[in-house]
Design a protein around this ligand. Sequence first.
Ligand SMILES: NC(=O)C1=CN([C@@H]2O[C@H](COP(=O)(O)OP(=O)(O)OC[C@H]3O[C@@H](n4cnc5c(N)ncnc54)[C@H](OP(=O)(O)O)[C@@H]3O)[C@@H](O)[C@H]2O)C=CC1
Ligand SMILES: O=C(O)C1=N[C@H](C(=O)O)C[C@H](O)C1
Length: 233
Amino acid sequence: MNIALLGYGRMGKSIETIALDRNHNITLKATSSTTTFDFSETDVAIDFSIPSTAVNNIKKAIEAGVPVISGTTGWLDHYDEVLDYCKSNNGTFLYASNFSLGVNIFFEINSRLSQLMASVEGYDTEIEEIHHTQKLDAPSGTAITLAEQIIDNTRYKGWTLNKPNSDELHIEAKRIPEVPGTHEITYNSEIDSISIKHTAHSRQGFALGAVIAAEWIKDKKGIFSMKDVLNIG
Ligand SMILES: NC(=O)C1=CN([C@@H]2O[C@H](COP(=O)(O)OP(=O)(O)OC[C@H]3O[C@@H](n4cnc5c(N)ncnc54)[C@H](OP(=O)(O)O)[C@@H]3O)[C@@H](O)[C@H]2O)C=CC1
Ligand SMILES: O=C(O)C1=N[C@H](C(=O)O)C[C@H](O)C1
């Protein structure tokens, strides 16, 4: 399979290593200085770029008739616009805030735990995410997905990075050098605490998940999620 990498930073390079190991070819390595995207030999585009350029990258791939998967975070205010663009161009698109198998299992656990906690009184919930200091967005896309699951199932009406009101779920975003990505959800009461935590030890899981998603989506049409790829949940 021929893969175009839209973004050739930490993730783009990790994806390249795994894609080559799995006998794929890289046809484009786009960075901030790339002026033209040549998709003529491309089967699937993988976007891991920066929040301000992700929408444009995704639309360019869709316009060229190339299925595109995006792991870039921090652009979700434009998510519906991208879905509309994909539908009106009969394109193929998949976004995941986190491509690792472990985190996608963690999403299922988080959803179930929040359903259980919904009927129990006396607990306050908090999410903590820790990432490397180069990360441009806060909170992480993964923390937003986790928060949305909790909000869907419990008394919380929204999330905040600031001091929360009683109906707001607090997300604490910490930046520490070299941390690939850690997410912890804690339910605290006077009596006890319940925590679940996912710790990425490297970027390998994110990159492998992205390549598996690209292999899966290659000849498909429509809008998909990692639940479709991994057949979980
Ligand atoms: N969903 C998931 O599983 C994961 C998501 N992420 C997300 O992926 C994104 C990328 O992360 P990471 O690789 O660490 O970031 P990096 O900063 O290492 O890489 C970003 C890349 O995007 C490039 N870029 C900037 N502007 C453009 C443009 N106009 N067109 C194409 N490429 C461009 C940069 O080019 P240049 O080098 O010239 O600046 C760089 O190569 C982030 O949003 C991060 O949150 C990260 C890990 C996992
Ligand atoms: O920027 C990162 O590095 C990561 N970003 C994603 C996010 O925002 O959730 C996924 C992962 O945690 C690493």
